[in-house]
Write a protein that binds this ligand. Structure first.
Ligand code: ADP
Length: 302
């Protein structure tokens, strides 16, 4: 089973020709309101690809939270452990996308910022030695740290997608089965300017030296590099017409944990994740862009 602990947001998205400069107003095209948040996005990506997913997050007692959770349930995700904060609003993200498909994002975390380790005491009962626990950094860092330490003791394999970029407490590195930064996050964690395969390999080696068991660094349209069980591999990204890269990393992470949870070799798992994220960048939105297993399989047959 896969447990995802992380954020749930409502994304408010506008497409525009170019990003506004400070003080500038630009006119956008259509407005879209989509469920998002890295935690929820990764949970949805994993569930659509066939994962048995429990999702734990904290929402506000409001319509945004209610509607995003309803959608998660419709995806077949176990939402029995979702928490509701009585004071804070549900998280929102304000997103603009330019004509190249690049994005600019401001997140107002709301209830996500109040997800504490005390809230998830029943996690113990969910974890066993075949649990893959996937987390990101859109909930308090201290919660991530405590959960990592506790879940490791219980025998879970912990996958951390260290996004958005921030420095990590040194003691958690040794407890991580896998860390999955993108270029920016890998640069921030290692001090190496990650921009290509060689610099990614150098950064991955530093992360291994810090005590992480395995590393996958995503390199956007270039692909992904892994050091897994001591072996270094690179998988090229698929060449597609990218229109919105908003949740590329989220779909990649959701797909990667599904593949690993199914016992696939890292080479197959990377291919699976690269294909799933390639499909997602050809579509608008975050959760809405995540492919279903049958869509991925028909893509693979092409
Ligand atoms: P994040 O979304 O976290 O910044 P990346 O940009 O590294 O993460 O993207 C994650 C993965 O998504 C990449 O490793 C790649 O496989 C895929 N991907 C991202 N952008 C593109 C693109 N333009 N074309 C094809 N695949 C892409």
């Amino acid at each position: 089973r896969i447990i995802v602990i992380g954020s749930s947001n409502t994304d408010m998205v506008v497409r525009t020709e170019h990003f506004p400069q400070p003080g500038e107003t630009v006119l956008g095209n259509e407005f879209l309101m989509n469920p998002g948040g890295k935690g929820a996005n990764q949970a949805v990506a994993a569930a659509r690809l066939g994962g048995n997913v429990v999702f734990i997050c904290k929402i506000g007692d409001d319509l945004f939270g209610e509607s995003s959770i309803k959608l998660l349930k419709e995806e077949g995700i176990n939402i029995n452990h979702v928490l509701i904060d009585n004071q804070l609003p549900s998280g929102v993200a304000l997103i603009t996308i330019d004509k190249k498909g690049e994005n600019n994002i401001v997140v107002a975390p709301g209830a996500n910022a109040a997800l504490s380790v005390e809230n998830i005491k029943d996690l113990d009962t969910l974890i066993s030695t075949d649990t893959l626990l996937l987390m990101q950094l859109e909930i308090p860092l201290n919660t991530v740290k405590q959960v990592v330490l506790d879940a490791y003791e219980k025998g879970a394999k912990i996958v951390l997608n260290p996004a958005p970029a921030c420095e990590l407490p040194e003691e958690i590195y040794q407890k991580l089965h896998l860390i999955t930064p993108n270029e920016k996050e890998a640069s921030m964690l290692t001090g190496i300017q990650v921009k290509d395969i060689n610099s990614a390999k150098e950064a991955a080696e530093i992360l291994i030296a810090k005590g992480v068991k395995n590393v996958v660094i995503t390199l956007g349209a270039k692909g992904a590099l892994a050091i897994f069980n001591g072996e270094c591999l690179f998988t090229e990204a698929k060449v597609v017409n990218a229109i919105d890269t908003t949740a590329a990393g989220d779909v990649f992470n959701g797909a990667l944990v599904v593949a690993l949870n199914e016992g696939k070799h890292i080479k197959e798992a990377l291919e699976f994740a690269v294909e799933a994220s390639a499909i997602s960048v050809t579509r608008l939105g975050a959760q809405s862009s995540a492919p279903y297993r049958n869509e991925l399989e028909s893509y693979q047959q092409k």
